[in-house]
Write a protein that binds this ligand. Structure first.
Ligand SMILES: [Zn+2]
Length: 414
């Protein structure tokens, strides 16, 4: 998958606002899927032309993997159709997918977002180039990778598998880019290319102070999160108890329902902020941190590039430099996957305890506060488990920052 981030809070100026996501930053990134037939036609022919050129240039590298490469067909998905998860996602929270490789049909599917980005960048060919190289990378690693790897179905894949997929695609793409530039393929050239291809790293190196501040803010936010949830849980519980204890007023289910709704709306707001803050991050892309590890590892070791790839195929955490960041990257990915799901689950699961109570009718007066406590506990537990991911992510981000600065000083990439 090739993705582009929509969220960025790196331009926030106000101290207090620094953890809120600045929506204005993203308007130019938002998909405006409204193209003319002419645009679409021209785009398709450009992309087809680049693809054919690329395949010719990359032919030697692909052959070097020793087997027949089944060239993926390009398909264009300009009809706005989205996967189930994409439909559920809050469009403001998630990156757009530019293209995706489908192993079963052996197709590289080009999404409308790539056309959008391409037109928005004054037809910058390098955007198409990098996307195609990355997707070809997926195709090569899926086709030439070990059988147990490619036969893993989507639902059997865990976060580490996805991190591995993206890293492998980027390693192939870096190799192809080095070749395209006419440079010698060596550990050093690939190592540099990996970092140069990653726009997040460029941003971090340009704004190191801002990034450090962002990490500190994120840490503060993380510390306060559970406390905030606890506080408004207590507030809602006290209100409900007050109504239930007052024997003079006839219990008004709509009133309790209103408090309940206010509570769940606050929970959702907090959850929304949680995802915005934890995803709006420089190196949220699942492969950014591991590819720094891969870069460092390649520059240090005299390992053959193909052996290095095989090592990652076999067990990504066997590469010590990658292992350092992998927990945070997997956490990052988990948060991205959870963001569309948890929005619904927290509400639905939590509400169930209450509706079960409400249907009991007469016993409602005494049991309602207890039912609310059950819901509250469930909500708080959800937030605690989400925070575990956020913690792993922040820890990994700190390592990335430190190592990236050191590595850049040594190699002078940016
Ligand atoms: Zn990918």
């Amino acid at each position: 998958m090739t993705t582009i981030k929509k969220y960025s809070n790196r331009d926030n100026k106000e101290e207090k606002e620094s953890l809120k996501v600045n929506k204005d930053n993203n308007t130019n990134n938002k998909s405006k899927i409204n193209f003319s037939e002419k645009d679409i036609k021209a785009f398709k022919s450009t992309i087809n032309r680049i693809y054919i050129e690329d395949l010719e240039k990359y032919g030697d590298i692909i052959k070097d993997y020793g087997k027949e490469f089944d060239i993926p067909k390009l398909s264009f998905n300009q009809d706005k159709s989205k996967t189930d998860i994409e439909q559920k996602m809050d469009p403001e929270l998630n990156s757009s997918i530019l293209a995706a490789y489908n192993f079963k049909s052996n197709e590289i599917n080009i999404k409308p977002e790539l056309l959008n980005l391409y037109l928005g960048s004054n037809k910058d060919i390098s955007i198409i180039d990098h996307t195609l190289a990355h997707e070809l990378g997926h195709a090569i690693s899926m086709q030439f990778g070990p059988d147990n790897y490619k036969n893993k179905s989507v639902k059997d894949k865990n976060a580490y598998d996805y991190v591995k997929d993206e890293l492998l695609a980027n390693l192939f793409a870096a190799q192809l880019s080095v070749k395209k530039k006419g440079l010698q393929i060596s550990n050093e050239t690939i190592s540099k290319q990996l970092i140069a291809d990653d726009t997040d790293f460029k941003d971090i190196l340009k704004n190191i102070d801002k990034f450090e501040k962002y990490l500190n803010d994120l840490e503060d936010y993380q510390k306060n999160l559970i406390q905030n949830v606890k506080e408004f849980s207590k507030f809602a519980y006290d209100k409900i108890k007050e109504i239930s204890d007052d024997k003079k007023i006839k219990i008004d289910i709509t009133l309790v329902g209103k408090i309940n709704k206010i509570y769940l709306d606050r929970v959702k707001l907090e959850l929304n902020n949680f995802f915005k803050n934890s995803l709006a991050n420089y190196s949220i892309l699942t492969y950014s941190a591991p590819l720094l590890g891969a870069s460092i590892s390649l520059s240090k070791q005299n390992i053959d590039f193909k052996d290095f790839m095989n090592k990652i195929f076999d067990n990504i955490s066997s590469v010590k430099e990658i292992k350092k960041y992998i927990k945070g990257s997997a956490a990052s990915l988990n948060l991205r996957i959870l963001s569309p799901i948890e929005f619904y689950l927290i509400d639905i699961e939590a509400r169930k305890a209450l509706t079960d109570e409400l249907v009991k009718g007469d016993e409602f007066r005494d049991t309602y506060p207890q039912a609310f406590l059950k819901m509250e506990e469930q909500v708080e537990n959800e937030f605690i488990s989400l925070n575990v991911y956020l913690n792993a992510k922040i820890e990994s981000e700190r390592k990335v920052l430190k190592d990236l600065i050191e590595f850049n000083e040594k190699l002078k990439i940016n």
